[in-house]
Ligand binder design. Structure first.
Ligand code: HEC
Length: 210
């Protein structure tokens, strides 16, 4: 599937609670475009991004299983997800991963709130799902901001797998200790009541050329 719409991010792209306070003088105009999935010039960056996202997804699942088994569910709510994860050390000659993020349209942690470009990816994906289309397995953006190097982002969707529902499933059937811990840490939590294999959000990495 080809996707090449062009969006302007400054102003305009501000949806619901994700609007950021406008700072007309400080925010330069960013131009967002979608990278064609078959663009050979960016294939290496895209693949590096996809591989890293896949690895992070696997790490999230392993970490959940490991911590729940070792410490129990309640304590796990204080520890997940990958809170000390850092960007991988660059390898000379290879694309660099310069940022990692997890985000969603239904947030638990406000620190994971999408910025305008993240939101464009989330909304795009949501629309494809809503229209009954098979969404692409990844999305890649090129963001041009005057005075900054071009930024490339790769996004992949993440599903609510059975293990994930322990903390993101039906709120009423959560263990009382889990419910209390989540409410205490995240009073605005919207990341509950997912069902198995629902689309939970996106893992995103920012990739830069070697
Ligand atoms: C032990 C409880 C627990 C389990 C199990 C769990 N999560 Fe989470 N999840 C959390 C907590 C706590 C946060 C907020 C902390 C953070 O930012 O990582 C969170 C945040 C997230 C976020 C970031 C967006 C947001 O809403 O803040 C995503 C995406 C996510 N979880 C996906 C998953 C997936 C996929 C699984 C299954 C592999 C999973 N979670 C399993 C507790 C859990």
């Amino acid at each position: 599937m080809k996707i090449t719409p062009l969006l302007l991010l400054a102003g305009g792209l501000c949806v619901g609670t994700y609007c950021q306070t406008p700072e007309p003088a400080a925010v330069p105009e960013a131009k967002l475009s979608w990278v064609d999935e078959n663009d050979p010039a960016l294939a290496e960056l895209r693949q590096a991004g996809e591989r890293t996202v896949d690895r992070i997804g696997g790490m999230m699942l392993n970490e959940v299983r490991r911590i729940v088994a070792a410490k129990g569910l309640e304590e796990a709510t204080e520890t997940v997800h990958l809170r000390s994860l850092e960007v991988p050390t660059p390898v000379p000659g290879k694309p660099r991963i310069v940022a990692i993020k997890r985000t969603s349209l239904r947030l638990r942690n406000p620190a994971n709130a999408p910025d305008a470009a993240d939101l464009a990816a989330l909304e795009y994906f949501k629309k494809e799902l809503g229209d009954g289309n098979r969404p692409p397995s990844s999305l890649m953006q090129r963001i041009e901001t005057p005075g900054h190097p071009v930024e490339y982002r790769v996004y992949k969707p993440v599903a609510a797998m059975p293990d994930c529902l322990l903390c993101h499933g039906n709120k009423d059937s959560q263990l009382p200790g889990v419910q209390q811990s989540l409410e205490r840490q995240f009073p605005e939590d919207k990341a509950v009541n997912y069902s198995e294999y629902d689309w939970r959000g996106m893992i995103r990495v920012t990739v830069a050329p070697p």
